[in-house]
Write a protein that binds this ligand. Structure first.
Ligand code: COI
Length: 353
């Protein structure tokens, strides 16, 4: 793979510097281009530096773009492991299909990612709870103002050393149930990881933050009745011994951490359901004391306990505002596998060779 060396390397964050999420970026990135004539071509590793684009480029006007989120972890033997990358490549190609973006070769981008990680190994943070976040993205790069699928694309992967997604770390989050704005409707783009989904969520997110909440809990667009997800996480509830997560009805992102948690829970013998769950059922359970736990799952968010939800102006505290047992078990199991502390019985760690 072609490699373009940079003249001066960046200053890395100090070992004890709080990383936050998405503030630092490594020296290099992977890029690959698409044109109608050549297909996907020229995969290469080059310096991660600002890139020039014509202001009439499709991505700036019509948001024809998709992304993924993955993480790399340093293992106890010093090797690098990526968590289930093949799942991300498969989902990214499904998002591509929904957004009229041509399918990309997963083997080429996996090779590019592994090369990039080997070069950037020293950027992978090692403190507990930190990782190297991987952001593969495709943007439409044709210069044209008509509303049509682009004929040119740029695939890139940038890397960012991160700590926890929420500023308060593993402290349980506070969610505001959103019953006016909608994130996505069935038939829309909610199950694709496309840029516009995140732009559409910002207004509600800002209003919730102003009121002291971390995020909004989205309801279905049609009836505002069923719980969907949190934009940055899929949701799980533990109600009277049943672990419930909203079914993937078309408007919810099919999370890879969600899928992994479902497998762990089923293997450990928990009663697990993927089904529609109404906000009324959640609130009723909170009122009658059977809502034992609530948590979100995501690559960035990992397993995040939810300590409070507010619906129609009323606060419902969950598990005394503390992390519950099942939430903790999942956090320990998933991060144990990711950091190489537990046996990888599912084959979820991809070791970079
Ligand atoms: C991820 O978890 O990787 C995501 O893409 C969510 C994003 C809001 C940070």
């Amino acid at each position: 793979m072609k490699f373009i060396e940079r003249k001066v390397l960046k200053q890395k964050p100090g070992k004890d510097e709080p990383l936050g999420f998405g503030h630092y970026f490594t020296d290099y990135m992977f890029t690959m281009k698409y044109t109608k004539e050549k297909g996907w071509h020229d995969p290469q590793i080059e310096p991660n530096e600002p890139v020039k684009f014509d202001l009439a480029t499709t991505i700036f006007h019509y948001a024809q773009g998709i992304f993924e989120g993955m993480k790399a972890f340093i293992q106890p033997d010093g090797s690098i492991a990526v968590f289930r990358p093949e799942e991300n490549w498969a989902r990214m190609n499904r998002s591509a299909e929904r957004m009229c973006i041509p399918q990309f070769p997963a083997d080429v981008v996996e090779e590019g990612l592994e090369e990039l990680l080997k070069i950037e190994k020293d950027w992978i943070p090692t403190k507990p709870g930190t990782a190297l976040y991987i952001r593969p993205t495709i943007v439409a790069t044709r210069v044209m103002l008509g509303v049509h699928a682009s004929t040119e694309y740029l695939f890139f992967i940038i890397l960012s050393p991160v700590g926890s997604y929420y500023a308060h770390g593993l402290e349980p989050t506070k969610l505001l149930v959103e019953d006016f704005y909608v994130r996505s409707a069935i038939g829309g783009t909610g199950e694709a990881k496309c840029l516009g989904n995140y732009a559409a969520s910002m207004k509600a997110g800002e209003e919730a933050e102003e009121k002291g909440f971390d995020q909004v809990l989205w309801l279905d667009a049609k009836d505002k009745k069923y719980v969907e997800e949190v934009g940055s996480m899929n949701m799980f509830f533990v109600i009277g011994g049943e672990v419930v997560t909203p079914a993937l009805v078309g408007s919810i992102l099919p999370g890879i951490t969600r899928k992994s948690c479902l497998q762990v829970l089923r293997d450990k013998g928990y009663r697990v359901s993927e089904r529609r769950i109404s906000i009324d059922e959640v609130i009723e359970a909170a009122k009658n004391g059977t809502l034992d736990e609530a948590f979100g799952t995501g690559t960035a968010a990992v397993i995040s306990p939810v300590g409070l939800i507010q619906y129609k102006g009323v606060d419902y505290v969950i598990n005394g505002g503390k992390m519950g047992e099942i939430t903790k078990m999942l956090y320990d199991t998933i991060t144990g596998i990711q950091y190489g502390k537990l046996e990888d019985k599912y084959g979820w760690r991809k070791i970079v060779k």
